[in-house]
Design a protein around this ligand. Structure first.
Ligand code: ARG
Length: 583
């Protein structure tokens, strides 16, 4: 289904061609702009480009607007056009047009969203915890936002590759392996018997030993060499460490319903040398204090001195940047990505800027062909406005945070639904708890810091997951009360909108696709939460103002309700929130 905006853009551009034929190149290159109206009294949309066309066309904007309107095909979609101010065109759509869109949405599993003619291959690099370390709230944000973007592009019909760029390689493993070989060799036999906590304990002890015991230090360094050289006992040890860590992040993914493919830093290890060789051959690399560096225009430190991207350390080892260069080359060259999206905290912004520029200078990345985005996000703050911590002052463990939200949801559920079966209560609490965490995160502007509050996120009123889920449950209730299933409603009736609250809801439903397009461009999930919150508000207004059951318009209004249900469900799905039947 074409969105109203696409439809209007096409008609306005045809009218422009027609009115000023032949259109000069300068006039033809002015991008036409149609936006949603800022106020209801101005209609539904407005055309803003007459002002920018004035110069290339050599006419006053209002005259241009008039001429365009004369030649505009109303196409069964437009009720009223009005020129306002310096030359805006206010557009009011026909109720019959909006009705037809609502009918299309109600009858489409994909809520009116068309698949693209040529799907893009979109790599999304998110979550990406580090082995032998606890996932922290920053990883939680990356996991939630990355999953939401992946769901968006999948829903739109693209080919999405979800990648977990785990920190599973590096010199720190030498120490841990050396320690485990000495003190807990049995762990290599059955990694399933150990947990991340054990690894972290060993890591601490290994670190202490490394700093105090020269022998152990040399041994650890040798271990790094052995691992990199592919020694089988060292590799086996490394695999055991990764698998112990994996159990803990997989548990979190299970709770949050996250799908992602592990492709950690170690995957790129075999290509690092070649990447550095290629960059050297291309003349991009300079030596500085024994390290290999890339200096690029526009990157300086606080003192204004050139800031290098180090790609090989003084000791000959490769680093985070080398791995990301190998990864971007692989994703473009082998993975054939049309778009690559990296979701990490804002602190890594300059790292990615440098990686993107280096990839461009190396000739791997052509921004005309491949769009790359670093999608940064702000900090998670506690109620005191400081970085989120537990009461004991330690950084909160992610799993504890999730289980606490689920427990709190459980007490709310038990209070509201005392007669509900225990199993259903548990199930519902798990859904509500995790959905609330996701929604609270996604509904804040991504780049800002976000304040974590169990009480606020679990509320049933306001812009929360529960409020939206409750609206969905209400729709089920209405259908049940009338005693009709979706199929029956759609077989019997068509939506014919006339009441202002019906029109307002219908227009909003018609704008679902535009919201997704906007989000695909800006990569801001709060655009969708804001849209869905307004959808619930408009639905409630409609239901308050318009009687459904037993009214003359029952069939039409039920169709409108089905369309609302589809869009709400699809929107929640993109946020990673599954609907519930009761709550
Ligand atoms: N492991 C990193 C961290 O915890 C995030 C990796 C992000 N992805 C990447 N391609 N660098 O900060």
């Amino acid at each position: 289904m074409q969105t109203p905006k696409e439809h209007l853009l096409r008609n306005f551009s045809e009218a422009l061609e027609h009115s000023f034929h032949p259109l000069s190149q300068e006039a033809g290159s002015v991008p036409l702009e149609i936006t949603k109206s800022t106020q209801d009294k101005f209609g539904h949309y407005q055309f803003n480009s007459a002002m920018r066309l004035a110069k290339p066309l050599g006419q006053p904007p209002r005259a241009i607007a008039e001429k365009i309107i004369e030649n505009l095909s109303k196409d069964g979609m437009i009720e009223k056009l009005e020129i306002a101010g310096p030359g805006f065109v206010n557009i009011t759509l026909l109720p019959s047009y909006l009705s037809s869109l609502v009918n299309a949405i109600a009858r489409d599993e994909r809520a009116g969203i068309e698949s693209p003619a040529t799907p893009q291959r979109i790599v999304i690099d998110f979550s990406s915890p580090n082995i032998a370390k606890e996932l922290h709230v920053g990883h939680l944000r990356s996991t939630i936002i990355g999953d939401c973007l992946a769901r968006l592009f999948e829903f739109k019909g693209h080919d999405v590759v979800r990648l977990n760029h785990i920190g599973d390689w590096g010199t720190q493993f030498g120490m841990l392996i050396a320690f485990m070989k000495q003190d807990v060799p049995e762990a290599f036999q059955n990694p399933e018997g150990y947990a991340l906590e054990d690894l972290m304990g060993w890591y601490k002890q290994a670190k202490a030993k490394f700093d105090s015991d020269e022998n152990f230090k040399t041994n650890s360094q040798k271990e790094v060499g052995r691992l990199q050289g592919g020694d089988s006992s060292s590799l086996k040890a490394w695999e055991a460490i990764c698998s112990i860590s994996r159990q803990s992040y997989l548990e979190i993914y299970r709770l949050l319903d996250i799908e992602i493919k592990d492709r950690g830093e170690s995957f790129y290890n075999p290509f690092l040398k070649d990447v550095v060789d290629e960059l050297q051959k291309k003349g991009l690399v300079q030596e500085s204090d024994g390290a290999l560096c890339i200096f690029m225009k526009g990157f300086t430190n606080r003192e204004g001195e050139p800031l290098p991207l180090i790609i090989r350390k003084t000791d000959g080892g490769y680093n985070y940047a080398t791995t990301d260069l190998a990864a971007i080359r692989q994703r473009i060259r082998d993975e054939k990505a049309d778009r690559i999206i990296y979701v990490t905290d804002a602190g890594q912004a300059s790292h990615f800027k440098m990686i993107f520029q280096a990839a461009e200078e190396a000739g791997w990345l052509d921004p005309q062909k491949t769009r790359v985005d670093h999608v940064p996000f702000g900090l998670v703050l506690g109620p005191d406005g400081k970085k989120f911590k537990t009461r004991s002052g330690e950084t909160e463990r992610l799993i504890d945070l999730i289980t606490t939200a689920i427990e709190k949801a459980y007490s709310i559920v038990s209070e509201r639904q005392s007669e509900m079966a225990e199993e259903e209560k548990r199930h519902l609490a798990e859904k509500l708890g995790t959905s609330s965490i996701k929604y609270a995160d996604l509904s804040c502007h991504r780049t800002g810091d976000y304040t974590f509050s169990y009480d606020r996120m679990l509320k049933f009123e306001g812009n929360t997951a529960s409020y939206l889920l409750y609206s969905f449950v209400r729709i089920q209730g209405i259908k049940k009360k009338v005693g009709k299933e979706t199929e029956e409603i759609l077989n019997e009736s068509q939506a014919v909108l006339s009441h202002p609250s019906e029109i307002a809801l219908g227009l909003h439903l018609a704008q679902f696709g535009e919201t997704l397009d906007q989000m695909a461009n800006d990569l801001l999930p709060n655009q969708l939460t804001e849209y869905l919150y307004q959808l619930a508000e408009k639905f409630n207004a409609f239901f308050r103002d318009c009687r459904v059951e037993g009214s003359e318009e029952e069939g039409s209004r039920l169709t409108l309700i089905v369309a609302t249900e589809r869009v709400l469900k699809a929107g929640l799905h993109i946020l990673g929130i599954g609907t519930v039947e009761r709550m």
